[in-house]
Ligand binder design. Structure first.
Ligand SMILES: [Zn+2]
Length: 80
């Protein structure tokens, strides 16, 4: 296993809609994402996603969604 990497960037200007906790821009390794109901894929470790400090909910906007889309497509290896 590779070393666990976690980098916190800035406090996001909103709170978690799930639990009201603080949301931070967080980049870390070892995340997976199941996007649009497809099978899970690895989220790029360098990608900062607004993540709730309390419940780990991830708040993905259009820009992040497009990056995830590309990562998903790359890992699918062109199936589809
Ligand atoms: Zn939360």
């Amino acid at each position: 296993m590779s070393a666990y990497v976690e980098t916190t960037y800035d406090r996001c200007p909103f709170n978690c809609a799930e639990c009201g906790g603080a949301v931070w821009l967080l980049a870390r390794s070892g995340r997976t994402c199941s996007y649009k109901g497809e099978r899970p894929f690895t989220v790029p470790a360098a990608l900062a996603i607004p993540t709730c400090d309390d419940c780990d909910a991830e708040w993905i906007d259009d820009e992040i969604a497009s990056v995830l889309d590309e990562a998903c497509a790359a890992q699918e290896g062109g199936v589809r």
